[in-house]
Design a protein around this ligand. Structure first.
Ligand SMILES: [Zn+2]
Length: 97
């Protein structure tokens, strides 16, 4: 039996996922689920360093004006440039270094 974090690692070693896609793949529903996943990703990025792997982040992007956020493990709610809340989620992937 794999833990949720182990399952996330396995998924991200295959391809990139956004937090929403991870929730779907793990069959997790409900409010606050994305926050749980972000916390998992933060913990995972720390443990990976000891295994010669790295968590790659494709930053969030404003779908209205194209503003690119910093590559961080968080979900921005609003664009600082145009104030749109139409934000493309960041995507995460694990690579072996
Ligand atoms: Zn924008």
């Amino acid at each position: 039996m794999m833990t949720r974090r182990q399952r996330i690692i396995k998924l991200l070693e295959e391809r990139d996922y956004s937090p929403s896609e991870l929730a779907l793949a793990l069959d997790m529903r409900g409010k606050g689920i994305k926050k749980v996943i972000l916390e998992d990703l933060k913990a995972i990025s720390k443990t990976l360093k000891h295994e010669g792997k790295v968590l790659l982040i494709k930053p969030a992007e404003c779908r209205k004006c194209g503003f690119v956020f910093k590559p961080e493990i968080k979900l921005p709610s609003k664009c600082p440039r145009c104030h749109s809340s139409w934000i493309e989620e960041p995507r995460f992937k694990i690579e072996i270094r």
